[in-house]
Design a protein around this ligand. Structure first.
Ligand SMILES: Nc1ncnc2c1ncn2[C@@H]1O[C@H](COP(=O)(O)OP(=O)(O)OP(=O)(O)O)[C@@H](O)[C@H]1O
Length: 373
């Protein structure tokens, strides 16, 4: 039996265009509409921030702080297993970010990740399909990190050693010394167990993710198209230890680490051809939706609770039939709270007759006293 995890209210202070605003949400479907630039995406990002301790769209906090201010505050009331949680985040220029749940701060922010799960789908996510392999690894890493703090720990350690190892290789190129081999041996000994653990996690997750994504895509295409996905990793061929021995010379020449799980990728095929090259815009978007819905189902299954699903302006380029099929998927019992933004309320209204719940509408207006840069 799944528990619904949902956000009941959020309060935003000095967060982008919101000087101060409160919002209440339904535990089921929420439609957020309003003209371009009124803050629909920002509202979803506030929910994401409270759930993941960071923005979905910006790596740093500074672009989120309202122009001319020196920090922002976000508060939210979450319901999880019928218990209320108050999440608060306060940022101030030059000070450490404060993050509290029911007035208790974390020693490490990473401890918060995965407690109040969310899945976001936004237009730029299409980069996962059309962009380089880093986009797909980032997505897979965020997914698995929500499921396992052990994975996140391995990933952070792996990345730290990768950057130190690359720095060492660059330094060696400037000042070669035979001591490099002992130093690399020491790094590699520490590095290998993290690589093997990450590979193991990715293999296990992909084994579940691949059939789920295929099912969602087949459904979204009205059973007319089929996809294939593949987890690609050098570690399928041989162990990390063997790779590191085999590429030592190459690493020294290239002045960077040429083998490891930072080279992994996911391959997406539609009817046997790379969707990145051959897929139409609607087909690529459907692929993205199928991946994210599979991500949702995985998190939901492993945590035995339904994450918050946020769809930011994703209907563009989808034909009405695919929109209807998508809405029918997310209105199934296996989905919990959904937050959808669209600048066009009529597009959402057009699909309401087939929708089982009466949604909560949040209509944002273009603020007259919009803060200026
Ligand atoms: N640091 C900031 N301080 C104040 N306002 C900001 C800041 N950064 C961005 N803005 C403004 O805040 C608004 C944020 O808009 P947001 O992207 O949330 O709108 P939206 O309703 O999703 O728009 P669209 O329909 O175009 O996607 C924009 O008007 C933007 O110019």
């Amino acid at each position: 039996m799944h528990t619904t995890s949902y956000v009941a209210t959020v309060e935003l202070t000095q967060f982008k265009n919101f000087s101060h605003a409160n919002f209440s949400f339904s535990p089921e479907m929420n439609f957020i509409t309003g003209p371009n630039g009124c803050g629909k995406t920002t509202l979803l990002d506030a929910v994401h921030y409270l759930s993941m301790t960071k923005s979905y769209f910006h790596a740093a906090d500074q672009p989120l702080t309202q122009y001319g201010k020196n920090g922002f505050r976000l508060e939210g009331k979450w319901l999880l297993h019928d218990t209320e949680y108050h999440l608060t985040c306060v940022t101030k220029e030059g000070a450490k970010k404060e993050f509290r749940v029911n007035d208790i701060s974390y020693t490490r922010l990473a401890e918060h990740i995965g407690r109040f799960p969310v899945v976001m789908i936004a237009p730029d996510d299409i980069q996962m399909i059309t962009g380089g392999s880093e986009e797909r690894r980032k997505w897979l890493d965020a997914l698995i990190s929500q499921l396992s703090s052990d994975y996140l720990m391995h990933l952070l350690a792996y990345q730290k050693i990768l950057s130190q190892r690359n720095q060492l290789l660059r330094q060696w190129a400037e000042q070669p010394s035979p001591a490099i081999h002992d130093l690399l041996d020491a790094y590699d000994q520490q590095w290998t167990p993290h690589a093997e653990a990450i590979f193991e996690y990715r293999t296990q997750i992909c084994a579940q993710l691949i059939p789920l994504t295929s099912q969602f895509y087949t459904f979204l295409s009205g059973h007319r198209e089929h996809i294939q996905l593949q987890y690609q990793s050098q570690l399928h061929e041989k162990s990390m230890t063997t790779w590191l021995k085999d590429v030592r010379k190459e690493d020294l020449q290239a002045r960077r680490s040429t083998a490891g799980i930072h080279k992994d990728d996911l391959q997406f095929l539609l009817n046997g051809y790379p969707v990145k090259i051959h897929g139409s815009q609607g087909q690529r978007k459907s692929f993205l939706l199928a991946l994210k819905l599979a991500q949702y189902q995985l998190i939901s299954k492993q945590k035995a609770l339904t994450p918050i699903l946020m769809l930011d302006d994703i209907f563009e380029k989808l034909d009405p039939r695919r929109i209807q099929l998508l809405l029918s998927i997310i209105s199934m019992d296996s989905f919990g709270q959904v937050l959808i933004t669209d600048a066009d309320p009529d597009r959402l209204k057009a699909h309401l007759p087939g929708y089982p719940y009466s949604p909560n509408w949040i209509e944002l207006i273009d603020p007259v006293d919009k803060p200026q840069a």
